[in-house]
Design a protein around this ligand. Sequence first.
Ligand code: SF4
Length: 435
Amino acid sequence: MTQPKKLFIKTYGCQMNVYDSERMAEAMGGQGYVQTDSPDDADMILLNTCHIREKAAEKIYSELGRYKGLKAERPDLRIGVAGCVAQAEGAEIMRRQPMVDLVVGPQSYHRLPELEAKARGGEKALDTDFPEEDKFERLKSRPKAKRGPTAFLTVQEGCDKFCAFCVVPYTRGAEVSRPADRVLSEARDLVERGVRELTLLGQNVNAYHGHERGLAGLIRELAKIDGLARIRFTTSHPNDMDDDLIAAHGDCDKLMPYLHLPVQAGSDKILKRMNRQHTAEQYLRLIERLRAARPDLHLSGDFIVGFPEETEADFRDTMALIEAVEYGSAFSFKYSERPGTPAAERPQVPEAEKDDRLQRLQALLTRQQRALQDAMVGREVGVLFEKTGRLPGQMVGKSDYLHAVHVAAEGLQPGDLRPVRIVESGPNSLKGVLV
Ligand code: SF4
């Protein structure tokens, strides 16, 4: 009996890359590959890459360098690069790292089996097309194996917004929405296999138009699936939060009270230069409408400091917006020039100023996050348990607000959804007791 070949996948970046890696592993499962956690015994190494910041792309080249010795020892080892760096850099990757056998973009990974066969035949395989055919239709149907209680599910890809700092429209292409019936059948399949919480993914997920009522329509359909207890979605753009979706936050019980809604900056001058197509005031009005629909909604945001031509006054506007919103969590970064994006051509803010602003911004966000987390003590929340904790008899799960919650209780299993009273708030998580 032939030994299964081993596939090592290393995933960088966003949740959509996590989902894509799962689908690529399944596609290669059809070629006799099983996954391994170590590159040392792999027959194929695949890096699923992120191109969002400069460091992210350079990291790939240094990672590839680490496999030079392995490849020299085992010339049959196949090395591939997938994801957004593959899309952006294509053949350049093979020029800089000749040991790379295969480069495949995010829209073509349904062709991975044939590309792997080509590379195994000794040819270089490169595919960074934006194919007409729907990759999800071409991908192998998902295996029936049991799985954990939470899953990502891509419903939309690409972006038409062209924010001045972002490479996504160039690496992921134009917005494409998966037909609702296909999403629903994949969701039912995941629930049959043990999933209780789904996070719907898209670079601009709330621009979803695969259902006549948009994302809200899809969410209401998904909410009818027995066994599916919770629904989340990410990442949204403020301009695509329509009335239906705001209402769904108010009246769809399975839609969790946590919303990731990036704004990036609080200064109208900078928002304009970023091409975000809305003002700070419009964003704050939107937050008010969302909180009117769901008063306990936890907001999460994305922030960039040091965007070209940002002054101290612009930065103070960002801080003022954060003060006004009070974020339950947030991601924040220094502006990083991305090749081919409009902002990369503009006068840059000195690195030292970026560092100073990032520190001040993160200090404020950390204070807010801690205050909102501490306010959970004494409250009762639902917790979906996912895995065992550090201590014996302890289980860890996520609350409705996406806080990590540790509970010491015998007999709890992954997939259990139980009411928990919060008794303690720690640096990054909560402690609770079963009610
Ligand atoms: S909306 Fe998001 S993904 Fe689209 S261009 Fe802007 S930052 Fe990039």
